[in-house]
Design a protein around this ligand. Structure first.
Ligand code: FEO
Length: 392
């Protein structure tokens, strides 16, 4: 795709990766992604803000064919999907300097082999004058690495936010046109990348509050022409207040746990609690992560394999633990053949969540009427806790 003008002297560059289906060899990308770089041309100097994934070298270099001089490459973030083409650009433009944060410098030297002599550190609040265009650098650590910063173009009120506010969404439109679609893609992105850093994200949102922002130009997904939409979404997602929702990841090997999951789903729904079951045999873990953004309660459903929880359930519980959602409560349900330590194992797997474990119901073989009654009681306990928090 060709470079595209955002305002006079500011252009989108980079690449749309239409067919990529997995990020970090982990995260499903049902809608592809993009790696956005932005060219800012002042009267005296020119800067490129972030680069693109190394696989997109041909696209970015093709767009830069019409740019004879580049004075600065700004690295808001050292991760390779944005920094990967820095060595290539510094070779193409031998007098260009790499501009990055104090913590970004060693990361870029170690990850990309950029020499010290080509790197200029900018501190929080520093500016870079390009001639009628002034870049201001704002440290926004831990979105989602320690070195992350954003760049604000003062004259045009554009925030180049790199991963922050990004969405894994391949689209031919430069701007967000379908907010519902971008909301889903941005929430998926937030859940997988940003959610562990909720508290610091709230601080960074406060830090950005005084800036007059007319456009947000992230490094994944389309540009926001109406930034309040995504800023408000981030405020909601990063808040400490959960919603009246239960997430229920589970596996059922011979059907017993499946019967219990269905009973629990019906009992919760009957009490007005929104609940989403995820059969881990077929679940897109991105959807599971998205559901964890708002949920108040996690119920894990597992059969027993070698006395413990099913390995797929281990994986989901570990994922929830590292994503650190705002969950308040948890419970474990499931079944076993002859012996089980599954409930204790799952409870031990989620120490980061700081949840109150409300109970467990583990049936031997097919669930009996007493097991079903215990599930109904557990559903009532969950609903009661939601009521106590005024969620229901
Ligand atoms: Fe899009 Fe943290 O890289």
């Amino acid at each position: 795709m060709n470079a595209r003008k955002i305002v006079d002297g500011v252009y989108w560059m980079g690449a749309v990766d239409w067919h990529r289906r997995l990020f970090d060899s982990l995260i499903p990308l049902p809608d592809g992604t993009s790696y956005n770089a932005y060219l800012v041309q002042g009267q005296t100097h020119t800067a490129l803000i972030d680069t693109a994934d190394p696989t997109m070298q041909r696209e970015l270099l093709g767009q830069l064919e019409l740019v004879p001089r580049l004075d600065y490459v700004v690295a808001n973030h050292a991760e390779q999907d944005h920094s990967g083409l820095i060595p290539c650009l510094l070779a193409k433009y031998p007098s260009a300097m790499l501009v990055t944060s104090a913590k970004g410098k060693p990361l870029i030297m170690d990850h990309l082999g950029v020499p010290d002599s080509r790197i200029r550190i900018v501190n929080d609040g520093d500016t870079l004058a390009l001639g009628g265009k002034t870049l201001e650098f704002v440290y926004t650590p831990w979105v989602h690495w320690p070195e992350t910063m954003v760049t604000y173009l003062r004259e045009d009120h554009i925030l180049f936010s790199c991963d922050l506010f990004g969405s894994h969404l391949a689209a031919s439109n430069l701007y967000v046109t379908d907010e519902g679609r971008v909301y889903e893609a941005a929430k998926r992105y937030y859940a997988e990348i940003m959610m562990p850093f909720r508290a610091v994200i709230r601080k960074n949102l406060d830090k950005l509050e005084p800036f007059a922002i007319e456009r947000i130009a992230p490094s994944h997904g389309p540009v926001y022409g109406h930034p309040a939409f995504i800023i408000n979404a981030y405020r909601d997602w990063a808040s400490d207040t959960p919603k009246n929702e239960v997430v229920l990841p589970y596996i059922s090997m011979h059907g017993s746990t499946g019967i219990m999951v269905n009973r629990m789903v019906g009992a919760l729904a009957g009490k007005g609690v929104r609940v989403t079951p995820f059969n881990l045999e077929v679940t897109d873990i991105g959807k599971l992560a998205m559901s964890l953004v708002d949920a108040a309660t996690l119920v894990v459903g597992t059969p027993t394999v070698h006395v413990g929880a099913h390995p797929a359930v281990f994986y989901a519980a570990h994922l929830a633990n590292v994503l650190r959602p705002k969950l308040k409560f948890a419970a474990i349900i499931g079944s076993y053949g002859w012996s089980s330590k599954a409930a204790e194992q799952i409870a031990d797997l989620i120490p980061n969540l700081k949840v109150a474990v409300l109970g467990s119901v583990i049936a031997r073989g097919l669930p009996q009427p007493a097991d079903m009654a215990a599930l109904d009681a557990l559903a009532e306990t969950i609903a009661g806790k939601h009521r106590e928090l005024n969620l229901l």
